[in-house]
Design a protein around this ligand. Sequence first.
Ligand code: MLT
Length: 371
Amino acid sequence: MTDNLQLNAEGKLKHFLTIEGLSKALLTEILDTAESFAGMSEHQVKKVPLLRGKTIVNLFFENSTRTRTTFELAATRLSADVINMNIATSATSKGESLLDTIRNLEAMFVDMFVVRHALSGAAHFIAQQTAPHISVINAGDGQHAHPTQAMLDMFTIRQIKRDFSSLRVAIIGDILHSRVARSEIQALNTLGAAEVRVIAPKTLLPAHVESLGVNVSHNLTEGLKDIDVVMMLRLQKERMSSALLPSESEYFKCFGLTEEKLKIAKPDAIVMHPGPINRGVEIDSKVADGPQSVILKQVSNGIAVRMAVMAMAMQTAPAPGRFSGIHTIPGDRHAGSLPAGGIHTIPGDRHAGSLPANGIHTIPGDKSGVA
Ligand code: MLT
């Protein structure tokens, strides 16, 4: 599926629903924009006004820890107002349709929906139905796609390995039920990885998996040879309709990543996992907490990447590379030098600058403001 719905008339990101159909240039722009935001977490004041005045609704119909929290942090760091809808206590649980929920939220002047849903295609459906000024970001839909997870993983890989073209990446475990695996495979192939290899028992692979652009192995010991990046996946039991494995301990014996097995990969291989990790099922604690693990770095990078995607979708992203180092606050030891006037400015932020004569902070173009 080529998803032009994701792009506006100028070919810029409008919704972020899937990696499929997006160009290498656009994926690289997301990574470069995220780079600009990555250093911000170390500043004393972790905020920029790029989404000031915008309202973002986190619509999570499925549980989440990392994804929801990092989306919320990303939005608040961009100075947006964020509403977390608690679906368990919302009218959706009283039978209101998804479309009616969306229409009601639209009536509250929302600018962006971040959507997680158990049904594949839910975010796509909302993007098709919603008002034209609203952007939709897919935070995971069924078994289909998890594009921001893929991009934060690409960001982490690029941070450590620099170049995709020489990389051999192994994705290991429950590929069949994993929206992460689908998005990772698309991102790695688009960014030009040398090889994407999937390693799993036959029961945990989709039919015709090779057509996704991967090599296949059913043996972890053989499959880990020459690998630079090891991506582990959780067994997604909530999506399994029947028993696909003899037992978890048997699975760990054959496909669990231990220190011993990791030695088969390249000595400088990194270990990744989108979380939540199941210790002793797909990964041994010594590996998850070991020196080659970048699992917590993935979590941190989720904030910068989600900031990039949100700012790009709202067309407020700074030009890549123009942003870092200019976030200055008096007394912020991490920041660069203070600009003349001591005002917290962002290049390209037309809203910033001196306070208007009447002392009221107005947004250009906002006709509702006080003259
Ligand atoms: C997901 O939402 O798909 C997660 O990040 C991965 C998982 O649940 O195993």
